[in-house]
Ligand binder design. Structure first.
Ligand SMILES: [Zn+2]
Length: 230
């Protein structure tokens, strides 16, 4: 299984990775390491895929709704509608599932608190990253931006553009069309909060071999971003 591990100089007791799409059990169009049981894949395949992950406990899967709610991990479980969670407890595995939206993993410098957030344009517009960072605590906080759709493959119209206070992260490409840089906007928001930012530079749409992309394929699987305190 191919995993992407953040390179962010954080305390070594923090474990984190994002899965890629290969080496799982799901059949097309979810091939193959799909981790979501809400996208139409066979439950058995998802279960087997989840079973391949080397984790210290059952991950706290959320019901993601493109909102801005960040819940403590003890309240995070299937059925809880939230797009982010945080914890200070060891071996409590946080996760968000993505296929174009931005996964953001958080940890403080001494490795005592972590968080995970899922942010598409709605989440970014509604402040999910700020709420997550504040829930964890803003002092000496680092964040890593995982694989999401790049501006090369993400254009939006005025309804999205107008939801943001500035044109930072947008490039006008034609009448009523902007290229939108989700990772760039996430980074700017985090820097504005005083968070040290790492990662970025991926495009899920461009890299079909490694990533699911909702914009590219429609019906498709989800990668998972995971973080915990060892
Ligand atoms: Zn691209």
């Amino acid at each position: 299984m191919r995993l992407i591990e953040p390179d962010w100089g954080i305390s070594r007791n923090i474990k984190a990775f994002v899965t890629c799409r290969g080496h799982g059990f799901s059949k097309a169009p979810y091939n193959s390491l799909n981790l979501s049981n809400q996208v139409g894949d066979v439950d058995k395949s998802v279960e087997k895929n989840r079973g391949l992950l080397d984790l210290p406990g059952e991950p706290r899967y959320l019901t993601q709704v493109h909102g801005n709610e960040c819940v403590p991990a003890c309240r995070a479980s299937r059925g809880v509608k939230a797009d982010a969670s945080f914890t200070a407890k060891r071996n409590e595995v946080l996760t968000v599932l993505v296929a174009d939206c931005v996964p953001v993993l958080f940890a403080n410098k001494n490795g005592t608190r972590v968080g995970a957030a899922h942010a598409g344009w709605r989440g970014l517009a509604n402040g999910v990253l700020r709420r997550t960072a504040e829930a964890i605590g803003l002092s000496s906080l680092s964040a890593w931006i995982g694989p999401c759709i790049g501006p090369c493959h993400y254009s939006v119209k005025r309804d999205v553009f107008d939801r943001f206070p500035t044109d930072l992260g947008f490039k006008e490409i034609s009448m009523n069309r902007w290229e939108m840089d989700l990772a760039g906007i996430a980074e700017a928001q985090l820097i504005g909060l005083g968070v040290q930012v790492y990662g970025g530079g991926f495009c899920t749409f461009c890299d079909e071999e490694n990533f699911f992309s909702y914009r590219r394929d429609g019906k498709t699987g989800r990668m998972g971003a995971f973080i915990w305190i060892q």
